[in-house]
Design a protein around this ligand. Structure first.
Ligand SMILES: Nc1ncnc2c1ncn2[C@@H]1O[C@H](COP(=O)(O)OP(=O)(O)OP(=O)(O)O)[C@@H](O)[C@H]1O
Length: 408
């Protein structure tokens, strides 16, 4: 799509409802995020992660300290270069987009914000050409014309904003080039670097930014948005399934929303007597259960993990132990990597001697490492049984057996 067509699309008549629209500008070979007004129907078709993306800083779940500090920067008109880092799906991109919207207002974001996904555009040419061109051009409107933004009040409209998403994928040459550009254009540009890992970023770049770590979201923060989406989208889900969804998301809001949407899409409307329903809210969907959530996430069910653990702890005969586990793995379609994660958590709940615990943790960590490096699933399954049994031998059969009977 040409820039001209982009403009036409933004100028098209629309309803009052607004949403962020994404567009891939293939001509420039880069991803661009475009803020546009969308009709309500178009908004309905968005994936829930986009439909419910926070549109103001106040909508961002959790990270209260970070949001408060960023708000203070804006109030004092002292926005530094930012580095937002942390695990996926915790709100880094959402936070900076909400901030940009607050500073410039939705209408001016296209002129004032350049968003580059460094995974695609990681070369030195991008830094040299695209960023330099954008950073060096002057803005074409004054702060006072920016409707619906806090810019006029705070005078931040003087700055353009460059968002470098997934910057840890940039080459080191591009990072070197970037640090010069950051310095050169500080008078009229602020950079926001987003990354999962800071160790892949050059120290020179790190020292130029104020860093904020986005930790995995707390369960209550995920639950609040999940509950909101459930009621907005009329999802029919059992309460214990919501609990499982929230804890299996492990602090990743994107994962929680994607799984919820996938499960909802998979649940069929129940047959109704009389007239067919007119509104979405009137349709009754099949109940989403705990099992639906586990199979959608492809996580092993806690009962299966408990059975695997009990088998290993109580069966000294390694061959029959392996046969039972392999049969369960193939009947339930379980992957060893998933079993290891859940098993390590489950073993932690047992009261065992320090020597046994160390043997288990160290051994499982090694197996996970070998598996990630391409080790054979069958051989490593044997390794897992060996590690757990070695820990049991250290305690003597009685110790572990007694604990298992206490836990039931
Ligand atoms: N803190 C949050 N509050 C509300 N919604 C969130 C939050 N974090 C993530 N989300 C939801 O998850 C989606 C993905 O979030 P976002 O793109 O901000 O994650 P990210 O931390 O930048 O992840 P990545 O490192 O993978 O780029 C958003 O569209 C939003 O719907």
């Amino acid at each position: 799509m040409s820039d001209y067509e982009d403009e036409m699309e933004l100028d098209a008549p629309v309803s009052k409802d607004k949403a962020i629209q994404f567009s891939s500008d293939n001509t420039a070979g880069k991803q661009k995020r475009i803020v546009a007004d969308l009709p309500v129907e178009a908004e309905d078709n968005l994936p829930w992660v986009e439909k419910y993306r926070p549109s103001t800083l106040g909508d961002v779940s959790g990270h209260q300290d970070i949001i408060a500090t960023i708000n203070r920067f804006v109030e004092q008109n002292k926005l530094p270069h930012l580095l937002l880092y942390g695990p996926p799906g915790t709100g880094k991109t959402s936070t900076i987009l909400a901030l940009a919207k607050q500073i410039y207002g939705p209408k001016n974001m296209r002129q004032m914000v350049l968003e580059l996904n460094a995974s695609d555009d990681r070369g030195i040419d991008v830094v040299r050409e695209q960023i330099k061109t954008f950073a060096s051009t002057k803005q074409i409107f004054s702060a006072s014309t920016q409707q619906g933004s806090s810019t006029a009040k705070f005078g931040l409209g003087a700055f353009k904003l460059i968002i470098l998403d997934e910057a840890d994928a940039m080459t080191s040459a591009a990072q070197m080039a970037l640090r010069r550009i950051m310095e050169k254009y500080t008078a009229n540009t602020r950079f926001c670097i987003i990354a999962n890992y800071t160790h892949k970023l050059s120290p020179a770049l790190l020292s130029r930014c104020t860093r904020f770590r986005f930790s995995p979201l707390k369960k209550e923060d995920i639950r609040r948005l999940v509950d909101h989406v459930i009621s907005q989208e009329h999802v029919n889900i059992a309460p214990d399934a919501v609990d499982s969804l929230v804890s299996l998301s492990k602090g990743d809001m994107r994962r929680a929303l994607n799984v919820l949407q996938a499960c909802h899409a998979g649940s069929r409307p129940l047959p109704m007597k009389g007239q067919p329903p007119i509104k979405e809210a009137d349709i009754n969907y099949e109940l989403i259960t705990n099992d639906t959530i586990y199979s959608c996430i492809a996580a092993p069910h806690p009962e299966d993990i408990r059975l695997i653990m009990t088998t290993m702890l109580s069966t000294p005969d390694i061959t029959s132990c392996l046969n039972t586990i392999n049969a369960l793995k193939s009947s339930r379609g379980l992957a060893l990597a998933d079993i290891l994660t859940a098993l390590a958590e489950e073993l932690q709940t047992l009261e065992v001697s320090a020597a046994t615990r160390v043997t288990w943790l160290q051994g499982l960590a090694e197996i996970e490492y070998r598996l990630a490096g391409g080790g054979s699933e069958a051989v490593q399954t044997g390794g897992m049984v060996g590690v757990v049994r070695t820990g049991c031998e250290l305690m003597g059969e009685k110790g572990v057996g007694e604990k298992m009977s206490v836990d039931g």
